[in-house]
Every structure is written in C-alpha cells, then in structure tokens.
Design a binder for this molecule. Structure first.
Ligand code: FES
Length: 132
C-alpha cells in the first residue's frame, strides 16, 4: 500500500515536472518572440534607443550616454539569467553576484565579466544585429 502511494506520488511529481518544463519552454518562446534568430548565428534584437537598459532573452543591451553595448544575460558563476538592476548594478537572482553596467564583476561569487558581444546597429529597422 505504501509503495503504491509512493508510486502514485512519484507519477504526479514527474507529470507536474514535465508540465512545468513545457510551460517554461513555451514561456521562453513567448518572451523571446521579438528576437529573430537567423542562419549563421546572427541574432537580431529589438532596439529602443530611449531605454538605457533592455533585458531581452539571453542579452542585456546597455545604452549609456552614446555608448551602446550588448552583454550576455547569463551570470558567469553558474549561468543564471540576470533580469534585474538594483542601485545601478546588475544583480544575479541565484547567488547574488553583482556586475557593473560595463559587465565587470563587483561582488561574487562570480569572478569573470559578463560576455560582451560584437554587434552592428541596423538603424533602418531599429534592430541590433549580434553575431552569436
Ligand atoms: S549563478 Fe549568478 S551568482 Fe551564482
């Protein structure tokens, strides 16, 4: 009897896990729908020049005083996605690493800077073109 309950409980846990993973996958597609992935690892990101910081999927766009940069949103500690800025710093939600707006680590556990991407600005279409 106890084994049967455990199996049923395990089944529900696995089912809930699969449904949750599916939801996360679908949510990721919804959130990233403005990002265009093309052949040859070229990624086109939406660019709103009126915004200083834009978090968009795997990228953070920093538009600070005519200085435009694109960084990975993945923390260099264990890869969590950074989606938040506090007191002028990027803050990782997992273990609290902090980065400057230029991607330099300010507080650990991360010790490496955020990955910086080369890009071109497509002004005609309002896009940033990143070579991934
Ligand atoms: S993954 Fe960001 S601090 Fe650990």
């Amino acid at each position: 009897m106890a084994r049967e309950k455990l199996n049923r409980r395990g089944f529900f846990r696995i089912t809930a896990g699969v449904l949750f993973a599916g939801f996360l996958g679908l949510w990721g597609k919804i959130v990233n729908k403005e990002i265009e992935y093309t052949k040859h690892n070229i990624i086109r990101l939406p660019f709103d020049k009126s915004r200083k910081i834009t978090f968009t999927g795997d990228f953070i766009i920093v538009n600070d005083k005519d200085n435009l940069n694109v960084y990975s949103s993945h923390c260099t500690h264990l890869g969590c996605v950074i989606k938040n800025i506090e007191n002028g710093k990027f803050v990782c939600p997992c273990h609290g690493s902090e980065y400057s707006l230029s991607g330099k680590p300010l507080k650990g556990p991360a010790v490496k800077p955020l990955k910086k991407y080369d890009f071109e600005l497509d002004k005609a279409h309002g896009k940033i073109v990143v070579k991934g």
